[in-house]
Design a protein around this ligand. Structure first.
Ligand SMILES: [Zn+2]
Length: 378
């Protein structure tokens, strides 16, 4: 599984170009992909045989021969993507264009047992397929975007926000419950995949999606390829040290990005200062009138901005994208904070944006990963 997304096959590269630029002729395809005519012809034939692309007519004649145009055949295969978050679980079904054709949200994982989560995902899938009238035969599989790292057996590891699932064989259990092939992938990496596959990052050479939904993480894509690192944990920015005098993190260090820069850090700081427990969103709403609320928000946004811009510098990124429900009402504060910090440091090459699928980027990327794996496997 790890190789599928980082080293795409020739057919899936050709399919990507057709998805993002179609309708397109073979000659244009060869020019864009740089493939030899023979390799390109084989890849196109393979995709037509799989009914993944089709002829959609001919270009207008410009004096020469009219060219056959190819485009994606979007209705032959669908992928299911699931995003596990503490506040909600999102399930989407996407077609080969990467377009979401149905989505549903159900109760989040906070306080849920592994069995609860499996039951709730399974019934959400059934409901979604019934609502979209898509039969089982059209569904290629299901990919679960998990908030943190996972191991090869399909179990989640080292994820404070989903501690109940640690060591639980989520992949195999869901496979048995749904009857579909199931894979697990980091939500941050899938969000980065979504940016690449939908063409949203077409002008970026090196990007990171900083994903926050229960857990903080970054997904990396360089030259259109996803970067996993040696253990599949590239972009695990939770324990970047931001302040050696900061609060203790569960990893044993002080002042990690995860305990300094997140909305949870805002809530904790405000509680330490005032003795009052409020959500980060409510604290932000008070920031105009309460200096202690303003300070808690400012400190976290500053820590976050310093951490992620330093991370972008170290990897020479040209784009940072924020995605995930975890930013909540503070999304604009974080966006402005990162932009201002990058600007103050003169990082004019670095663009900072919010994902087009901000609330379910992991699920959308997951549905795309299912289809990508299908193309690579056939
Ligand atoms: Zn730490």
């Amino acid at each position: 599984m790890p190789g599928e997304m980082s080293g795409a096959s020739t057919p899936s590269l050709v399919l990507d170009v057709i998805r993002t630029r179609g309708p397109i002729s073979r000659i244009e395809l060869a020019a864009v992909t740089g493939l030899t005519p023979a390799t390109m012809t084989n890849a196109v034939r393979h995709l037509i045989d799989q009914r993944l692309i089709m002829s959609v007519g001919h270009s207008e004649s410009t004096g020469g021969k009219r060219r056959e145009l190819l485009d994606v055949n979007p209705t032959t295969r669908y992928g299911l993507g699931v995003q596990l978050g503490p506040e909600s679980v999102q399930v989407v079904v996407a077609n080969l264009w990467g377009a979401v054709v149905g989505r549903i949200g159900v109760a989040g994982t906070a306080g849920a047992t592994p069995e609860d989560i499996v039951r709730s995902v399974t019934s959400a899938v059934t409901e979604l397929l019934s609502a979209t009238s898509l039969g089982d035969g059209l569904i290629e599989g299901l990919c679960v975007a998990v908030p943190g790292p996972h191991d090869e057996t399909g179990a989640i590891v080292d994820t404070s926000s989903l501690a109940a699932l640690e060591g639980f064989p989520l992949g195999p259990t869901l496979e048995a419950a749904t009857g579909l092939p199931v894979r697990l992938e980091s939500a941050a990496l899938l969000s980065a995949a979504g940016e690449v596959w939908t063409g949203a990052a077409a002008d970026s050479r090196a990007l990171a999606v900083v994903h926050l939904d229960g857990e903080l993480g970054a997904g990396l894509a360089v030259d259109g390829r996803l970067v996993r690192g040696s253990r599949g944990r590239a972009g695990d920015i939770r324990h970047l040290p931001v302040d050696p005098a900061g609060p203790l993190c569960r990893c044993g260090q002080r002042g990690c990005l995860a305990v300094m820069g997140t909305p949870d850090a805002i809530a904790k700081r405000f509680h330490d200062d005032t003795g009052t427990s409020l959500t980060a969103g409510r604290i932000a709403a008070r920031a105009g009138t309460d200096p202690r609320a303003a300070r808690a928000v400012d400190e976290a946004v500053t820590a976050f901005s310093r951490g992620v811009v330093a991370f972008a510098d170290a990897l020479d990124l040209d784009r940072l994208v924020l995605s995930g429900r975890g930013y909540g009402r503070l999304l604009d504060s974080y966006l402005d904070g990162v932009r201002d910090h990058a600007h103050a440091l003169g990082r004019t090459h670095l663009s900072v944006a919010v994902s087009a699928n901000q609330r379910d980027a992991g699920a959308v990327g997951a549905a795309g990963a299912v289809l990508r794996a299908h193309v690579d496997a056939h």
